[in-house]
Design a protein around this ligand. Structure first.
Ligand SMILES: [Zn+2]
Length: 486
């Protein structure tokens, strides 16, 4: 009896190990043998030059300096002559750019590459913390410094460099390629990407896929991981801010009458924060974990390969880490609380705003229902603020386009592990969901831990070597998707 039990146990352990070995297999991808002949140093100086245009997105549209965008447009025209001879260019809403490249007779659906021309301002008071002024575009021996070198003029420029060099080589795409560069991504993309998308839809354009800026190639995603991870976001969270208002009697603080507005509102907020929407261990997080199986430390591999057995434990661990928790559930964050003005006066009104980032398995509606159910108090008025948006759908991870993207990434970054994941922030990609259900958000940027803070922060920079990889990456994406052949 004991013998057969041990045998069964052994068989079970072998089964778990076999799964770990199976999921750790990686398909070998040969690095490319004919990279574009790009002089990376010259390209770095061109990137440095584009950084000097202060295409800053301001909260008030009236504060945007249109001349900076117009000057950038004409500089791009001079810098990429073939792009501007061979592609059709349209200026959308004065400052955004849309290019169309070839493929008129092709039966294949077009593809689209997108990034944005605008950058965030430099936080006042931090200018002197920069090693080089943020709009000088300084090129050092190793890096290009400046606002936009990561987010994301490097993307715009790398795409244009790739196209210019492919044109020099005589490359003709066998399907239409659109390039879309919005001008207001940092302030929601309402006039840029949104308008580009509306125009393409009105022309009946349906895309095979769209590749937008997104997550980077992360050096050490978790401690002990064996190789960098290229995070490709196949979905994007939604956004909802809910205003909570409580009105009460008020009066003098020496004679309080029951609970104050502040107390009622505090209780409501505390209930919301203590009862977040449940974590979802869905197909996407499973795909993320499975894709990492080959590179996570051996100690974790057995667990990751056998999610059917360990998913409860893994869910608990991931829920306790803020970054992974945000990929598992709709998050709740109280961002505004306003009430009271004098220490001896009970206020008649207390107001608060709670911000939700909505997981693709939830919706604006389901979050609002959750808020009402959780607060369960008629004295709290609940109102959704304008600007809410449902989460995106999850793009197909088994599509040809995703497979091709995975290959393009591994051809340029041979040792990386490509991992599909969820984008917790927002990009212009959300404006293009009417054109295709295959939307991928990825930036071919290498990012070590201390680089993440440089995005929208101080000393934003990219290495010259990585910038060269970016150019080769976009060239590879274009050739793999629109080269003659399949
Ligand atoms: Zn960006």
């Amino acid at each position: 009896m004991l013998y057969s039990f041990l045998l069964a146990l052994l068989a079970f352990v072998l089964f778990l190990v076999a799964r770990a070995v199976y999921f750790s297999r990686r398909i070998a991808v040969e690095p490319i043998d004919n990279p574009l002949p790009v002089n990376v140093l010259d390209a770095a100086h061109r990137l440095g030059k584009v950084i000097q245009f202060k295409t800053i997105s301001q909260q008030r549209v009236a504060d945007i300096d249109g001349d900076e965008f117009r000057n950038m447009h004409s500089w791009l025209e001079d810098t990429f002559p073939l792009v501007h001879q061979k592609l059709e260019k349209e200026v959308i809403n004065e400052f955004s750019l849309l290019y169309k490249w070839g493929g008129e007779k092709s039966k294949k659906k077009p593809i689209m590459l997108t990034c944005h021309l605008d950058v965030v301002p430099v936080e006042p008071g931090t200018e002197d913390d920069w090693e080089y002024p943020p709009f000088d575009g300084k090129v050092t021996d190793e890096h290009i410094y400046g606002r936009g070198t990561m987010d994301v003029q490097s993307g715009v420029m790398a795409i244009l460099e790739a196209v210019e060099h492919l044109l020099e080589r005589g490359f003709e795409p066998d399907r239409t390629i659109y390039l879309g560069f919005g001008h207001d991504e940092e302030i929601d993309g309402e006039f840029g990407a949104s308008e580009i998308s509306r125009i393409l839809e009105s022309r009946g354009v349906e895309l095979e896929y769209l590749l937008d800026e997104g997550l980077p190639v992360v050096d050490e995603l978790i401690e002990g991981i064996k190789s960098p991870v290229a995070l490709v976001a196949v979905a994007e969270k939604g956004f909802l801010s809910v205003e909570l208002t409580v009105e009460s009697e008020g009066g003098h603080s020496s004679v309080p009458q029951g609970k104050t507005a502040i107390a009622i509102l505090s209780e409501a907020i505390s209930r919301l924060e203590n009862n977040p929407m449940p974590a979802k261990f869905d197909g996407l997080i499973k795909s993320t974990l499975t894709s990492l199986c080959a590179v996570v430390p051996y100690s974790l591999r057995l667990f990751v390969a056998n999610l059917w057995l360990f998913k409860g434990a893994i869910k608990r661990v991931l829920s306790n880490i803020p970054t992974t928790n945000a990929t598992l559930r709709t998050t709740t964050a109280t961002t505004i609380f306003e009430s009271g003005m004098k220490d001896n006066l009970i206020p008649t009104v207390a107001k608060s705003v709670v911000n939700f980032r909505i997981h693709p398995n939830d919706s604006v509606d389901s979050v609002l229902k959750h808020v009402k159910r959780t607060i369960e108090n008629d004295k709290v008025q609940i109102r959704a603020l304008n600007g809410y948006i449902d989460p995106s759908s999850v793009s197909d991870m088994k599509s040809d386009s995703f497979r091709q993207l995975r290959i393009s990434i591994r051809q340029i970054f041979p040792n990386v592990c490509v991992s599909p994941t969820l984008m917790t922030g927002a990009t212009d990609a959300r404006h293009y969901t009417n054109l295709t259900s295959n939307i991928y958000r990825f930036s071919p940027l290498r990012a070590a831990h201390d680089d993440i803070d440089r995005v929208h922060g101080t000393n934003e920079r990219i290495s010259i070597e990585n910038y060269g990889e970016m150019i080769q990456f976009y060239a590879q994406v274009i050739q793999n998707s629109a080269g003659s052949g399949d």
